[in-house]
Design a protein around this ligand. Structure first.
Ligand SMILES: [Fe+2]
Length: 304
């Protein structure tokens, strides 16, 4: 039985994007909840924050951060945490999330979600910092698995095992980004199904879905298109295992009209009830120009 830290299932949600402010305020669309990027509102006391207050009066809202830098060796940024807590006091989010990553060091912010080596030392470091953050915010932190494009030689734990111990040690929750699992598995050559089966399902508070770009021998987590069919299949499995987790579709580039964005989210319903039948690996390291006959194609597929 999923406990999800006592947090509610909010249903199907969308990321709040400024392009859709007017539509939402005028039309009150039938979306279950919205996720906001915390940093887009923390330092703004003008129109965006005023609009956020109006939306938070009508819909459940969750705050999703990109700059906590929980894995960095810099001290935690207390000014950032103060501003985050202030926004939370105003908006009353159902929960607050950020990523298992580091975004900078020596006070420089790379504005990127950078991967960590996954070993006992980094696990202890991250757990200490999550505990500090949770003490300060006076609520559990919900931590998201990042998309990764590289792995470290000194990693000794698979990411799903790292996440499991992290939740046990700190009591934090998980935001399972199914697209990120798929992207990372393709780029770093692990089995996404093993990952989904290996994480602690009762700690999954929320899931993310998003589109990505397959560049042939690597995948970029672009959030600029519809969800890939293999990610939908993986979502089927994840949703079955993480019973009653809230679901959110991210879309950050080439943002479509609100109605198109919403209709892509609603596709998730058809996958929630279907039985998982497996994920096909996308073709990797294949340049069609270099494949001269069907035999080569067959031979390559055997090894993918
Ligand atoms: Fe995500």
């Amino acid at each position: 039985m999923a406990t999800r830290l006592g947090l509610p299932n909010l249903g199907l949600g969308l990321g709040l994007r400024s392009q859709h402010f007017e539509h939402i305020l005028k039309k009150n669309p039938a979306v279950d909840w919205f996720e906001v990027i915390s940093e887009n509102f923390m330092d703004s006391h003008g129109r965006p924050r005023h609009i956020l207050h109006q939306i938070a009066e009508r819909y459940p809202v969750v705050m999703h951060g990109v700059s906590l830098s929980i894995g960095s060796t810099d001290p935690l940024n207390l000014d950032y945490l103060k501003s985050l807590k202030q926004l939370a006091a105003e908006v009353q989010p159902v929960w607050i999330s950020d990523h298992l990553c580091w975004t900078g060091v020596l006070t420089t912010n790379s504005h990127d979600l950078l991967p960590l080596p996954l070993n006992d030392e980094s696990l202890k470091h991250v757990c200490n910092r999550i505990n500090q953050v949770q003490d300060y915010l006076e609520r559990p932190l919900i931590v998201e698995n990042p998309s990764t494009y590289a792995a470290f030689n000194n990693s000794t734990l698979p990411e799903w095992e790292f996440l499991r111990i992290m939740t046990e040690e700190t009591g934090c929750g998980l935001l399972l980004d199914v697209n990120n699992v798929y992207v990372s598995s393709f780029n770093n050559d692990f089995d996404p199904v093993e990952y989904i089966k290996g994480i602690p399902h009762d700690k999954i508070v929320q899931m993310h879905l998003a589109g990505h770009q397959n560049c042939g021998n690597y995948i970029i987590d672009t959030h600029d298109r519809e969800v890939n069919s293999q990610v939908w299949k993986l979502f089927q499995l994840a949703y079955q295992l993480a019973n009653e987790a809230s679901v959110l579709l991210e879309w950050d580039g080439n943002i479509p009209s609100f109605d198109i964005y919403h209709s892509e989210l609603l596709k998730s319903k058809q996958y929630m009830d279907e039985t998982f039948i497996g994920v096909d690996n996308e073709v990797r390291f294949m340049d069609k120009e270099q494949v001269s006959n069907p035999l080569n194609l067959f031979e390559m597929n055997k090894f993918i």
